[in-house]
Design a protein around this ligand. Structure first.
Ligand code: NAP
Length: 379
């Protein structure tokens, strides 16, 4: 992998390999949860512009665009494969030994490559022993089909378990980390720092929300001072954290250029502290009965609207709300769900649930309908 002027490189765990501190997320490149084959040329152009500017680390998953994201990446790296670091993930339903191997073969074909640089467990699957899943991943490494192993969306307990099984062979964890959701700072991030693992921050720009309207002024002022943009300040703030690299997604070539050039300036310690303070204390607890579960799921994904539906798990989610409830009942902290103050007067609810419906129902199963759940409140 070549180096680019203005990019920062960080160690990938204890692998001896360096990766750019800013990569390119590919959820939405080639579609979100179904295939979008209408705009491949634009996606490929945006990715290749990012590569040219040093964002040579791409992150995808078998589920993105129902496989098409991997196909687009495969086309984008034609002729330059060895200079690009490709990270992909398999879905929880493929966590058995056979499932992992078959999923990797399908990803390799779609990516038109004979190795994946970083292969990650997308979400934990409590129904399959972690030892079995990781064992299959180690086999892929031994066969040269995968270079490094990572996990994603693991709680601290799950990360510790994976680390106990793999040691330094586990190089990274990919969890959500941005100015709105800083929950990993008190859970998995300190563990990564102590054990020299890389933290790959997903949704670093909070899916384009960048900042809440009431707090944006602080970021704008800092951006102006550096002749930069708010997105660049946010990416800088993340990369300034030890062991953290970030994977912003963009299919807009101007945004790609803006993101790639984010590290052309550096935030001072005082600016980092200012941002730390301005964006602290977002997480609250709200009684579950104050939260309305709305019909339409994020990204048009189906979801449950009642407790009995969630317990029945007719849609076959893996893990199911009941599976997740077992972990929650053991006291494991959960990733906070997203809510917004409701504008509706119906039903006496105070908030609408925006994101995290499986977690919401898992919490209700574990703690009952009179409990209070950790939330992040969108303005
Ligand atoms: N492991 C997991 O479970 C998981 C979950 C979520 C995401 N991820 C990974 O993390 C990556 C990034 O997360 P994400 O896609 O959720 O969100 P994100 O990177 O935080 O935000 C993407 C959004 O921000 C916009 N954007 C990008 N650059 C911008 C800029 N400079 N100024 C203004 N807007 C900008 C994009 O629009 P344009 O395209 O129009 O620029 C897009 O709408 C994903 O693509 C995926 O690889 C992993």
């Amino acid at each position: 992998m070549g180096v680019a002027l203005g990019m920062i490189y960080k160690p990938l765990g204890k692998s001896g390999c360096l990766v750019p501190a800013l990569g390119q997320g590919c959820m939405g490149i080639g579609g979100f949860f179904s295939q979008d084959i209408s705009d491949d040329d634009r996606y490929i152009g945006a990715l290749q512009r990012g590569y040219a500017l040093g964002m040579t680390f791409v992150d995808t998953a078998e589920v993105y665009g129902d496989g098409h994201s991997e196909e687009v990446i495969g086309k984008s790296v034609k002729g330059i494969r060895d200079s690009i670091f490709i990270a992909s993930k398999f879905s929880p339903e493929n966590s058995s030994s056979r499932g992992v191997i078959d999923a990797a073969e399908r990803s390799l074909q779609r990516l038109r490559t004979d190795y994946i640089d970083l292969y990650q467990i997308h979400w934990p699957n409590p129904l399959i022993p972690l030892e079995e899943t990781l064992g299959a991943m180690v086999k892929l490494v031994q066969e040269g089909k995968v270079r490094f192993i990572g996990v994603s969306n693991f709680s601290l307990k799950e990360l510790k378990e994976a680390h106990a099984l793999l040691g330094d062979k586990l190089v990274s964890i990919q969890n959500e980390y941005n100015l709105f959701d800083r929950s990993i700072e008190s859970t998995v991030l300190p563990f990564c720092v102590e054990n020299d693992m890389t933290m790959i921050a997903y949704s670093p720009l909070d899916q384009g929300n960048l900042s809440s309207p009431s707090k944006k002024a602080c970021l704008e002022e800092i951006a102006q001072h550096h002749d930069g943009t708010v997105a660049q300040v946010v990416l800088n703030w993340l990369v300034a954290k030890r062991n953290v690299v970030a994977i912003p997604k963009s299919s807009n070539i101007h945004h790609v250029e803006e993101n790639a050039k984010a590290l052309a300036f550096r935030l001072s310690d005082a600016e980092i502290r200012l941002i730390d303070d301005a964006f602290s204390g977002n997480q609250k607890r709200i009684p579950v009965k104050e939260i309305r579960v709305v019909q339409d799921g994020q990204g048009n994904r189906k979801a449950y609207c009642t407790l009995s539906e969630a317990i029945e798990n007719k849609l076959g989610f893996v893990p199911s709300p009941a599976d997740l409830a077992e972990d929650i009942a053991s006291g494991e902290p959960i990733k906070p769900v997203r809510v917004r103050k409701t504008t509706s007067t119906e039903g006496g609810y105070a908030y609408d649930l925006l994101e995290g419906r499986i977690r919401y129902w898992a919490w209700v199963i574990a703690n009952g309908e009179t409990s209070a759940i950790p939330v992040l409140i969108r303005e």
